[in-house]
Design a protein around this ligand. Structure first.
Ligand SMILES: Cc1cc2nc3c(=O)[nH]c(=O)nc-3n(C[C@H](O)[C@H](O)[C@H](O)COP(=O)(O)OP(=O)(O)OC[C@H]3O[C@@H](n4cnc5c(N)ncnc54)[C@H](O)[C@@H]3O)c2cc1C
Length: 508
């Protein structure tokens, strides 16, 4: 089964085979491009650059699709989470048209890849439906319709929607699509290696300089390269993009229906956060995928609650036979509605990044592949300016912000809690974690299945915020910038690139 950054199993993990890379790292070689991250962005970008004749290497900290690509719901849309009226407001009507063009090209590229590499990933084109359920939403729907049409995406009102949910008005947008994301990415990874590329798993990029060539530090040795692309969903380290991307958790379920009444289209309501529904056929078996109940990472104390709400929402409208999978995953919401793709802020050299996709990263991954390739290959593109991460203006006080947070790092916990005290505080069931406070100090405790208590410093090494326990995914999640750790405090996802500090309970 494909590994993922959470305890819950997504629909994709046990219905696709992991592609096992066959290539080896060569640290004596000077690569043209190092791509950090083996999700949909890293693999599609690497393939595009390798095909252009460059020597590319993908370095993945865990295994392919370990990040959000393994926990997505895989709609391919030109109807975006940031509506075109908002994009036009922030980037002008021309900007909105360019975004529409970029995402249309992305959808075409996915389709072309599937045809070219004969990928069996249950790809299907479908119509999307956005529906309103009260007067305010209906008003908003009209603004969205106008801006969407103006951006160049054909949209019209319709009197029917594919889900049994009451609605006031609905828009339909044709030529959207859906697929099995990990089958797609695993097949692209194979194509990349066959084109001469290299993929190394369990290889974390930990640092780089800004020289030419760049020297990339990893846990498997240093690598020289002309370019570095952070396709890590959020880049590691401390950067302005971290202040412009808010981490969110989103919840999804795969459901078998008793009446076999699976919706043919993709349907979205207009609540904030919104719910969505679509069908995915896998090897002849249909599943209803429904999702929503998003919240800022680590801002929900009991992560069973969003699952319970989502389940009761689904049961209200559908005849549920069985919930086969339930999982949550993380996305990064950009401050102004568009992703940050291009030169890493503060790094004028050859370090690139793709982040801030919101809930449209499957679609935007191929915008990133194209745009980042244009930069590396020095090809002009109107998208470079539009998605430029340096549109973020340096924020007054940022330096102080970082400094203050780093100062907090000095607080060491070891020694403040006796072993007896820790066991007294750890009144939790096996498999559970908890933040405890005692005598002015805070500690993260996890009791493993054998009943042994593990103590961890809850301060995230990224910018020193205190992590929270995510009881459904069995992870420690940072509320500030979204770094996540397993129950033992080992880093799962950035921006942190170090584990939480383990506290030795044997000390007096
Ligand atoms: C529940 C949910 C549903 C979604 N549904 C949709 C949808 O329907 N349509 C859509 O377009 N988008 C959707 N999205 C968003 C989309 O899934 C993501 O934006 C997308 O998968 C991100 O892909 P990625 O390759 O950029 O990042 P990831 O898939 O997160 O991959 C990043 C990889 O980098 C690795 N990594 C991290 N740090 C390092 C390091 N220092 N060195 C080396 N490797 C590292 C990680 O292990 C990981 O494998 C959804 C998101 C969520 C949470």
């Amino acid at each position: 089964m494909i590994a993922r950054d959470g305890a819950n199993e997504s629909l994709w993990q046990n219905t696709s085979q992991a592609y096992i890379p066959t290539t080896q790292i060569d640290i004596s070689k000077n690569y043209d491009v190092v791509i950090a991250g083996g999700g949909i962005t890293g693999i599609s970008t690497a393939l595009q650059l390798q095909q252009a004749g460059l020597r590319c290497i993908v370095l993945e900290a865990h295994s392919l699709c370990f990040g959000t690509t393994g926990g997505t719901t895989a709609h391919l849309n030109t109807l975006l989470d940031t509506p075109y009226n908002t994009i036009a407001g922030n980037f002008g009507k021309e900007g909105a048209s360019l975004v529409a063009q970029a995402v249309r090209e992305s959808l075409n590229t996915v389709k072309a890849n599937i045809e070219r590499y004969q990928i069996d990933c249950n790809y299907e084109e479908a119509t999307a439906y956005l529906f309103s359920q009260d007067e305010d939403q209906t008003k908003e729907l009209e603004s969205i319709r106008e801006a969407t049409v103006e951006a160049g995406v054909a949209t019209a009102y319709t009197s029917t929607i594919p889900v049994p949910i009451p609605f006031e008005k609905a828009l339909e947008i044709k030529n959207q699509a859906k697929f099995h994301p990990t089958r797609y990415v695993m097949a692209l990874a194979k194509a990349f290696e066959e084109a001469g590329g290299t993929i190394i798993e369990n290889c974390r990029v930990t640092a780089t300089d800004n020289a030419d060539p760049l020297v990339i530090k990893t846990n498997q040795g240093d690598i020289q390269t002309s370019w570095l692309i952070y396709a890590t969903h959020i880049p590691p380290g401390v950067n302005l993009v971290h202040l412009r991307c808010a981490p969110y958790r989103s919840y999804a379920m795969a459901v078998r229906l008793a009446d076999e009444n699976y919706p043919a289209g993709l349907a979205y309501d207009m609540y904030d956060p919104y719910h969505y529904y679509r069908t995915q056929l896998i090897d002849g078996t249909p599943y209803l995928i429904a999702g929503g109940e998003d919240h800022k990472t680590a801002h929900e104390e009991n992560t069973n609650t969003p699952f319970a709400k989502l389940e009761s929402h689904i049961r209200k409208f559908f005849n549920v036979k069985e919930i086969t999978n339930r999982w949550s995953s993380q996305y990064f919401e950009p401050a102004d509605g568009l992703p940050y793709i291009g030169h890493m802020p503060g790094k004028p050299g050859k370090i690139l990044v793709a982040t801030g996709y919101g809930g449209n990263g499957i679609t935007y991954s191929h915008v990133a592949a194209r745009l980042l390739s244009s930069i590396v290959l020095n090809i002009e593109s109107p998208y470079i300016k539009l998605f430029d991460p340096n549109r973020i203006k340096p924020i007054a006080g940022f330096t102080n912000f970082v400094k203050e947070n780093v100062d907090v790092a000095k607080q060491l916990i070891t020694g403040f809690f006796s072993k007896e005290k820790i066991h007294e505080l750890a009144d939790i069931a096996p498999g559970e974690g908890k933040i405890v406070k005692h005598d002015g100090h805070t500690l993260a405790l996890y009791k493993d299945e054998a009943g042994q208590v593990h103590a961890i410093n809850p301060r995230c090494p990224h910018l020193k915020c205190t992590v929270s326990w995510n009881l459904t995914e069995k992870t420690w999640d940072c509320p500030c910038h979204g770094a996540r750790y397993n129950a033992n405090g080992e880093v799962l996802t950035g921006p942190a690139d170090m584990d939480l500090e383990k506290i030795n309970l044997q000390k007096p």
